[in-house]
Design a protein around this ligand. Structure first.
Ligand code: HEM
Length: 538
């Protein structure tokens, strides 16, 4: 039994808090019967055999046998903290979300994670990091389920099982790709060239952060904000760490993985315990909600693309401070359930096909991971807003619902609870026009460009950062057994930049192929190329 929920500094609150501790004077069974011995089973004589009638023995062992729940299918390895988000009020013009009005403080719970490793894997491996934030707002829970890399591998959620299968350990040996055969991961990302941009970020220093406290976070997708007048704005969410962005170098990451596999977990917990509370500013890039949802030639619905901050600056809208460690890893870090569909009035989704698939996936997987449909009642997942839903019964139900069966209108139950109108804070989906269209599986032509932003990223790197990227590709592709996969990897690199390709090819002892995409097609779009003079292109 736990608390009802958690307060702004992680302290348990609500009616259940007194039941947190196992604090009776006597050790008891789960039913409260006092025990006189918990070290010896009941036996037919001191040398046995054990008796089936020993309830305490069976209860103790049976409960232990079921202590584990499935780890997350992705992002299994994580660390989390409680905190508070304070709004600057800057976004109040573009969203009616109450927690974004000036000065409002909202409790948050943040879970950082790696994507591919299992629950017991090392923290400092080269991977994308999850950055998931639960805002317990007065209008319901808002989850911003992001990563530390602003783009994703795929443009359509239907490929998610495939990219994860390709990246997870091989089925025969269960040896993680990070240490052994890399062929399936590199096979996938070189056959699905939309993965090029994300992969390049992974091979850069961003793939091996120094600390969770020193990572940016990105909502990745474009979201739609709506204000009190119904006006809409498209946005991308950014977390900017007050400590700046810092990375390990590869040798440090390797050593940390061996010497201290809990490197990031320890760093976060130690910092918070010492009172060095990590802080991030939440910021938004805003774009007009045009009919085509494009901005300066960039398709805002394509999650493999960023919008450069030079074109759309990130405006800070609030400050998050993480100020308390979880008191129980299982109850909080393990049982927390984030969902991109947990939205509050003023924030809505777009048609990004990756986001659309995520809207299905999270609830579905959590029903399996957390044993049924009632995990929203777990203290860490419980909203701080009043709940009056029509959901009943099911596995692990802890509420005692009263009255007749929930349906409405209902003339037998003393009058139904109200349905809220827009003026009383209801969540109302933005009535976006869906143009008449044929049912197709095709992707938009604007999703076809897989290389120009990867090139943009490469060109924006300093010489040292480029050196690290060359080393990372050489090391990782060098671990592939299949020469054909390495060769295809080099072809992808040639389409990013010939010098990147040549250097990696030399490291692999293979010939450097020519680009397969005409060079003009990989130049930044006209709007982006205006930035060219500022970039350190050497
Ligand atoms: C978990 C981010 C794409 C399915 C997570 C978590 C994060 C995350 C941060 C960990 C949540 C936690 O700490 O508990 C992202 C981002 C994506 C993305 C930023 C793309 C922009 C997808 C897609 C799917 C998916 C396309 C499926 C279609 C899942 C699942 C989990 C998960 C099943 C495990 C959830 C759980 O067991 O609680 N994701 N993800 N993700 N994600 Fe994603």
């Amino acid at each position: 039994r736990g608390p009802d929920t958690y307060g702004p500094t992680g302290q348990p609150t609500g009616a259940g808090q007194g039941r947190m501790a196992q604090d009776g004077a006597y050790l008891t069974t789960a039913q409260g019967a006092r025990l006189y011995d918990t070290d010896h089973s009941l036996k037919a004589g001191p040398r046995g055999p054990a008796l089936l009638q020993d309830h305490h023995l069976r209860e103790k062992i049976t409960h232990f046998d079921h202590e584990r729940i499935p780890e997350r299918v992705v992002h299994a390895r994580g660390a989390a903290a409680h905190g508070v988000f304070r709004s600057y009020g800057v976004a109040a013009g573009v969203t009616k979300a109450a927690f974004l009005t000036e000065g409002v403080e909202t409790p948050v719970f943040v879970r950082f994670s790696t994507v591919l490793g299992s629950r017991g894997s090392a923290d400092s491996v080269r991977d994308t990091r999850g950055f998931a934030t639960k805002f317990y707002t007065d209008e319901g829970v808002f989850d911003l389920v992001g990563n530390n890399i602003p783009v994703f591998f795929i443009q359509d959620a239907i490929k998610f099982p495939d990219v994860i299968h390709a990246g997870k350990p091989h089925p025969d040996r269960e040896i993680p790709q990070a240490q052994s055969a890399h062929d399936t991961f590199w096979d996938f990302v070189t056959l699905h060239t939309e993965a090029t941009h994300h992969t390049l970020w992974n091979m850069s220093d961003r793939g091996i952060p120094r600390s969770y406290r020193m990572m940016e976070g990105f909502g990745v997708h474009t979201f739609r904000l709506v204000n009190g007048e119904g006006a809409t704005t498209l946005v991308k969410f950014h977390w900017k760490p007050k400590l700046g962005v810092h990375s390990l170098v590869w040798e440090e990451a390797q050593i940390a993985a061996g010497v201290d596999p809990d490197f990031h977990r320890r760093d976060l917990a130690d910092a918070i315990e010492a009172g060095a509370f990590p802080q991030w500013e939440l910021g938004v890039q805003t774009f007009p909600d045009t009919e085509d949802q494009m901005f300066e030639g960039i398709d805002l619905l394509d999650p493999t693309k960023i919008v450069p901050e030079e074109l759309a600056p990130v405006r800070p809208i609030g400050l998050m401070t993480l100020n308390a460690n979880p008191s129980n890893f299982f109850a909080e870090t393990e049982q927390v359930a984030f969902h991109v569909g947990h939205l509050v009035p003023g924030i809505d989704v777009t048609n990004d096909p990756l986001l659309q698939g995520r809207l299905f996936s999270y609830l579905d997987t959590q029903i399996s991971r957390l044993g049924g449909p009632n995990f929203g009642q777990l203290p860490i997942n419980r909203t701080h807003a009043p709940v009056n839903d029509m959901l009943r019964d099911g596995m692990h139900q802890t509420a005692v619902h009263r009255g007749v069966a929930p349906y409405r209108p209902n003339s037998l139950d003393g009058g139904c609870p109200f349905l809220a109108g827009a003026d009383t804070g209801a969540y109302i989906e933005v009535p976006v026009e869906v143009p008449a269209a044929r049912k197709v599986r095709d992707a938009a032509a604007s999703f076809d460009d897989h290389f120009s932003q990867a090139r943009l990223f490469w060109l924006s790197m300093s010489p040292t950062e480029r050196e690290h990227i060359v080393d990372a590709y050489t090391f990782e592709l060098g671990k592939c057994w299949e020469t054909a996969v390495k060769e295809r990897g080099l072809k992808v690199l040639a389409n990013i930049d010939p010098s990147l390709c040549t250097q990696v090819a030399a490291g692999l002892g293979l010939p450097a192929p020519a680009a397969t995409v005409p060079l003009a097609a990989v130049e930044p779009s006209p709007a982006l190329s205006q930035l060219g003079e500022d970039w350190p292109v050497d």
